[in-house]
Write a protein that binds this ligand. Structure first.
Ligand code: CIR
Length: 258
């Protein structure tokens, strides 16, 4: 199945040995650093294997969560919106991403008192869904709404409730939204084609589409079978160490499309 959106370029950041002191609500134990590096490397190789030009930034000793690079910017066409991350400990990660984005024709910012994490922003077809969460507040959501509306997108606000970010629960796959059961009936998604993840496999909603292939977390066979039966190509990624830090496959990269 084709999406028509080719992923051309991505920015990632290598995790550092300080990853274990990052923020997390998961009770899955500390990540094994070597394994985390291995899983991250496999992710980068998967992107490259799918024809994506990857810029890999070095780890930041003072910011243990900075490899969740998606949270510091929202990319749409030629516009970059530098966010204002909701967690105080992550706020200054933005100072270290600008260098990789300076060539973008338009760079905008989210300003105080607004907060936005990129993990709360999902662009699917003609609509931007903005999750209101513990990280993205209403003032931040409104600033983003104005910007994205000016860029021709419809914007829908979605209260996130449980879960860290909107994209912990809803993501774009070819032809549909891959969506956790709790979000299925939300009016924001009315009329959209939806593929529910199996109720036992809610983490599997955090999958990322690269051109026409979905990078999909290994270990969620019921949802995987459903996607494959619909003709969606999956590439399985190990995510055990990333999960321990509340992360998923979307948050490991900032992605540009043609
Ligand atoms: C955090 O709590 O900020 C990180 N430990 C995990 C961020 C995951 N980001 C994402 O899902 N977009």
């Amino acid at each position: 199945m084709r999406t028509g959106r080719k992923t051309t370029r991505a920015i990632v950041r290598t995790p550092g040995p300080n990853a274990e002191i990052g923020l997390t609500t998961a009770s899955l134990g500390k990540p094994d650093f070597d394994k985390l590096l291995e899983q991250h490397k496999a992710y980068v190789e998967a992107l490259q294997g799918l024809g994506v030009q990857v810029t890999e930034l070095p780890h930041l000793p003072e910011f243990p969560d900075a490899y969740f690079v998606e949270d510091v910017a929202v990319l749409y066409q030629d516009t970059v919106i530098i966010t204002r991350p909701g967690a105080e400990s992550r706020r200054h990660e933005i100072d270290h991403i600008l260098g990789a984005l300076v060539e973008s024709p338009e760079i905008l910012t989210i300003d105080a008192p607004g907060t936005v994490d990129g993990g709360d922003v999902l662009i699917h077809e003609d609509t931007a869904y903005v999750g209101l969460s513990e990280r993205t507040n209403l003032p931040g959501g409104h600033q983003l709404k104005e910007i994205l509306r000016d860029h021709g997108l419809l914007v829908q606000m979605v209260p996130v409730g449980e879960g860290l970010h909107l994209k912990s629960s809803v993501n774009s796959v070819p032809g549909a939204l891959l969506i956790a059961p709790d979000f299925l009936d939300h009016p924001a998604f009315l009329g959209k084609s939806k593929i529910p993840v199996h109720p036992d496999e809610v983490y599997a909603a955090n999958a990322v589409t690269i051109s026409d292939t979905v990078l999909f977390p290994a270990g969620f066979p019921k949802t995987a079978r459903k996607l494959e039966s619909l003709g969606i190509a999956l590439q399985f990624m190990e995510t055990s160490e990333i999960q321990k830090m509340d992360g998923g496959l979307t948050c490991l990269s900032l992605r540009f499309f043609d």
